[in-house]
Design a protein around this ligand. Sequence first.
Ligand code: DGY
Length: 324
Amino acid sequence: MPKVYVTRDIYPEALEILRRGLEVAVWDEDRAIPRDVLLREIGDADAVLTLLTEKVDQEFLDHTPKAKIVANMAVGFDNIDVPACTRRKVVVTNTPGVLTETTADFAFALLMAVARFVVPGVGYVRDGKWESWSPSLFVGRDIHHATLGIVGLGRIGQEMAKRGRGFDMEIVYYDVYRREDLEQQHGWRYAELDDLLVEADFVTVHVDLNDHTRKLFSTEAFRKMKKTAYLINAARGPIIDLDALYQALKSGEIGGAGLDVTDPEPIPADHPILQLENAVVCPHIASASLQTRTKMAILAAENVVAVLRGDRPKTPVNPEVLDS
Ligand code: DGY
C-alpha cells in the first residue's frame, strides 16, 4: 500500500480520505515537526502532505526518493522550491480558492481593529482603567468612505475590494496585471503602486512572496504613504521590512498597521512593535475558520489521492510535471 507522510495532525475528514487507500503516518505533536525527524520520516513516503512550516528544498527531496507529490496545505508555496520539485518530477499542489473569502474577512477585521483601536480598547477595559466616557478616548479614523488601496488584485484582493465597497470605500488597486474587466464591472480604479501609496487611507497587501515582492514595503514606501495611512498584511511577512515598519509607526510616518504575518514567524515576543497601540499583530490565522481549514486539509488530501492513483490533482502548481 502506498504511504503518505502528513507533517501535522490535520482535520479528521482529510485523514479519513487518505486512510481509505493509503498507509498514513502523521506527526501528531502540536508543534512543527523538527527537521531531522521530518527528513527521517519521509524516507519511504510516496507522498508528503506539508504545511507552510516545512521547507521543501533539495535536501528534503534527497531524503524522499519515492515521493511523487508534495501537497501543501496552504495557497502560498514559498516554502517549496518548485523548480527543484519539477526537475525531480514531483508534483506540487496548493489549496487555492477554498480560503479566499475567509482570508479577506480576516484582513478586513485587521483593518477595522487597527483603525478603531479595538485591541487596546479591550486591554483598557480588562485592566480596569475605564473610568468614564471620554470624548478623546481611543479616537481612530473612519473606514467608511475612505480610500482602500489594494496591492495585488488576485482572488483575495478582489474579495477585499468587495468588502471595502460594502463600507462605501473608494477602491484603487495596483497589480502587475491590469484588470480592465473588473474596473468596468465594479468601478474599481487602477493606479501605479507609487500613486496608490500616496492616495490610499488603507493599503492592504495581497501579493505572493517572490523576489519582486520581498521587502516591497520598506522605508521608501512608508515615506510615500499618508502619515495617517494604515498598512494591512495577511499575505506573507517578508513583503514588509518589519524593523522599518516599526520605525515608521513609532515616528508617525504612517498611522498604523494590522499584520497577520511577520518576518520572522513567530515574531519574537520582545519585538518592540508589539508594544505599539497602533499595531495589531496576529499569529498567521487569516484562513483559520473551522470550515476553511477543513476544506484546505481535504483539498490537500484529495490531491495526494489523485496523484497516487495516477489521476490529475485539482490544484497543481507545476502542471508541466503531469503533462510531461
Ligand atoms: C496560505 O494558505 O498560504 C495561508 O498563509 C495559510 O492559510
